[in-house]
Design a protein around this ligand. Sequence first.
Ligand SMILES: Cc1cc2nc3c(=O)[nH]c(=O)nc-3n(C[C@H](O)[C@H](O)[C@H](O)COP(=O)(O)OP(=O)(O)OC[C@H]3O[C@@H](n4cnc5c(N)ncnc54)[C@H](O)[C@@H]3O)c2cc1C
Ligand code: FES
Length: 255
Amino acid sequence: MSVCIDNCEVIENSQVAENIYFLKTVAPNIAREVYPGQFCNILVSDYGTPLLRRPFSVAFREKNIIGFLYDIVGMGTELLSKVDVGEKISIEGPLGNGFNIDGSLEVALLLGGGIGIAPLPFLREKLQKRGINTLTFWGSKTSGKLNLSLFDNIYFATDDGSEGFQGNVVESVGNLWSSISHANLKAYACGPTPMLIAAQNFFQEKNVPLEISVESRMACGFGICQGCPIKSADSDEYKLVCKDGPVFNSKEVVL
Ligand SMILES: Cc1cc2nc3c(=O)[nH]c(=O)nc-3n(C[C@H](O)[C@H](O)[C@H](O)COP(=O)(O)OP(=O)(O)OC[C@H]3O[C@@H](n4cnc5c(N)ncnc54)[C@H](O)[C@@H]3O)c2cc1C
Ligand code: FES
């Protein structure tokens, strides 16, 4: 698989929930190659500040278009939110590995915490195309409706109970557990580390395989700078989130 840098025209950059933006760009070379779970490095400014590209999971792909969901947390994402439709931005990708879809899979549980929902619509689409039944769970602190069709049919959980199940996203899966078919089941999770640890514990106890997409501060994004280590579960060695991940079997790494 080849990594390329596309100069991509922005065709949408709109707010779809409080603080969450949806960026759609024309990126034919990346769109052709990208697989759910992979990410791209986006240059958010042409003026050298911030210098480093910022990593974002691919949330959407249709023909030659790819899309990203992002949260504004600092200078880079703030600048990205100001990019106008018609402008071009430099996107490097696809980077990292992707989620694995096993041949025998019948039911997939997709769990997103906060902006960790970002890679899941693309994964869900791929799973559904293969005829796999998917159940998507999204947890956030409080209600904040997403104005986006990518998020139809999902189970909400909010910490304050203002929408959907009151509790975290892993607890919301537990709440429905008895109604979920357990044959050939697999779970996929992306979100903050405490949520991933809760998912690890829950699915390990249920003996259900889990893949997690892990976040880390990154610089190069493809294994050169050694800036994104994560401890291996079965040795003293470290893996790199950008190159060996960001998707890992949950038993492979120590969170
Ligand atoms: C593989 C991967 C995929 C990602 N996918 C998405 C995505 O789809 N949507 C999205 O909104 N964000 C995603 N992120 C996180 C995103 O890259 C950061 O939020 C972004 O780089 C912040 O840039 P900034 O200049 O706005 O913030 P900065 O000014 O760099 O930082 C602002 C604050 O955010 C924290 N922060 C920055 N980067 C990270 C990070 N990687 N992990 C945890 N905390 C961080 C900093 O510690 C600081 O507190 C992803 C990160 C990785 C590694
Ligand atoms: S970000 Fe450079 S090695 Fe991972």
